[in-house]
Design a protein around this ligand. Structure first.
Ligand code: CTP
Length: 403
């Protein structure tokens, strides 16, 4: 990881892990950073003197939101203009709560909200109870949804207070990796790759009004298509939930049969296929052409007949060099069922999704998945916004199949 030419703003907030920021600043210089600019909250200064940070960064260090540079320009504006990324390390409960609610009451929070269009990374460190508090969870959800905000998951370990649990500042390498990935969104990672993505839940007509469907929102597939496009791929999205304003082609379908026809027409020319769509396994045998009328006190039966498994069909006829990625929505025995699906459908990878949890997966804005390849250990992607999960998934696939 080379930070040559980069200017990194390091914001330190008031927690005992503040001292670890010192090593991080030195490491950034060791790895070629052009400038590291330090700022502190007033509470951080109680843990770490500004003079120490100044000696390590070799630049003036500011601690007040009212601070200005030699030309009278407010420091938060200077930092937002000059730095390539803002790294808040450690990020305390208080700072995360303020950022989640858009407060700007000290130099760190004021700088963060001025930092638009560039990455802001937060490395939380706190006691486990604070980290797990429902209010902290809510604030993290809000922060996850901000496109340029990146949370670096704390680890589990012994905490400064003597307790053991989650809330330990992530290790230096993890923080540097997250910073590196955020600064280099890997624009060209999938340059020249043709990719097909499916999204949303299909619906099968019962009559002209009613359908059998599922709760898939199409957000995960859409996030994958968007991220692939941002990484340079030539993307086609087939979805039941068409988004607006996309530059890549979007094909809208409703039923599994329409999905099958669209997928099979597009598949041969694509090198990478990601099937995130939740496709109905059954359809109504004889949908009524007229609206079914209520028949008082009589039950009604629908005959369901199986739909073809589109992905298994692609897997059975996979051309050499094509990478086929499936999704597995499971409510129990996640890894076991996902592994079976990967093998049965002849997939290069499967993304296993626990749909029994309401905070991730179907309809949610967040996800937490495990990626399984034919060999090697499972890769767990910790709970994050769907765009962030998409980014990490694509980086994994790139490493594995396109590097
Ligand atoms: N899939 C498909 N065609 C279907 C059903 C599923 O192509 N008729 C694809 C999905 O897009 C997904 C993968 O197969 O990538 C797994 O879908 P999932 O619904 O998790 O599993 P199923 O294979 O349908 O098995 P089950 O419903 O029994 O879990």
């Amino acid at each position: 990881m080379d930070f040559s030419g980069q200017t990194i703003a390091v914001a330190i907030t008031g927690g005992i892990a503040a001292y670890k920021a010192c090593d991080l600043i030195r490491e950034l210089y060791r790895r070629g950073a052009h400038r590291v600019l330090g700022i502190l909250t007033p509470t951080a200064e109680a843990f770490l003197p500004a003079l120490t940070v100044q000696a390590l960064t070799r630049y003036p260090v500011y601690t007040s939101e009212l601070a200005v540079d030699d030309h009278g320009v407010p420091i938060h504006i200077v930092l937002a203009q000059q730095a390539d990324a803002l790294l808040i390390v450690p990020a305390t409960t208080d700072t995360l709560a303020k950022l989640a609610h858009g407060l700007a009451d000290n130099l760190v929070t004021t700088t963060a909200i001025t930092f638009t269009g560039k990455p802001v990374l937060m490395a939380p460190a706190m006691n486990t109870r604070m980290w797990e508090h429902p209010l902290s969870r809510k604030n993290l959800d809000i922060l996850h949804a901000v496109p340029n905000y990146h949370l670096i998951q704390p680890s589990s370990g012994s905490l400064a207070c003597g307790e053991v649990g989650e809330g330990h500042l992530a290790d230096q390498e993890t923080i540097l990796q997250a910073l590196y990935a955020a600064i280099h969104p890997q624009k060209g990672l999938f340059q020249g790759v043709k990719a097909l993505v499916t999204a949303g839940g299909t619906s099968e007509p019962i009559d002209p009004v009613r359908v059998i469907s599922n709760r898939s929102s199409g957000k995960m597939g859409l996030a994958i298509a968007d991220e692939l496009a941002a990484m340079g791929a030539e993307v086609t999205l087939i979805t039941t939930r068409p988004p607006s304003g996309r530059r890549y082609p979007v094909i809208t379908v409703q039923t599994a049969a329409e999905m099958k026809a669209a997928v099979e027409a597009q598949a041969p020319e694509n090198q990478l296929i990601l099937m995130a769509a939740a496709i109905s396994d059954y359809r109504v045998a004889n949908p009524s052409e007229q609206k079914l009328k209520r028949t008082a006190n009589e039950s009604r039966q629908l005959e369901l007949i199986p739909n073809p498994d589109i992905l298994a069909g692609l897997g059975a006829n996979k051309p050499a060099g094509q990478i086929l990625v499936g999704f597995a929505a499971e409510s129990q025995a996640l890894i076991h069922h996902a592994t079976q699906k990967r093998q049965a459908k002849n997939l290069d990878a499967i993304v296993a999704n626990d749909i029994s949890r309401s905070d991730i997966g179907f309809e949610a804005d967040h996800n937490e998945v495990t990626v399984l390849f034919p060999d090697g250990p499972p890769h767990s992607l910790a709970r994050s916004s769907k765009p962030q999960i998409a980014r990490q998934l694509l980086q994994l696939l790139h490493q594995r199949f396109f590097a």
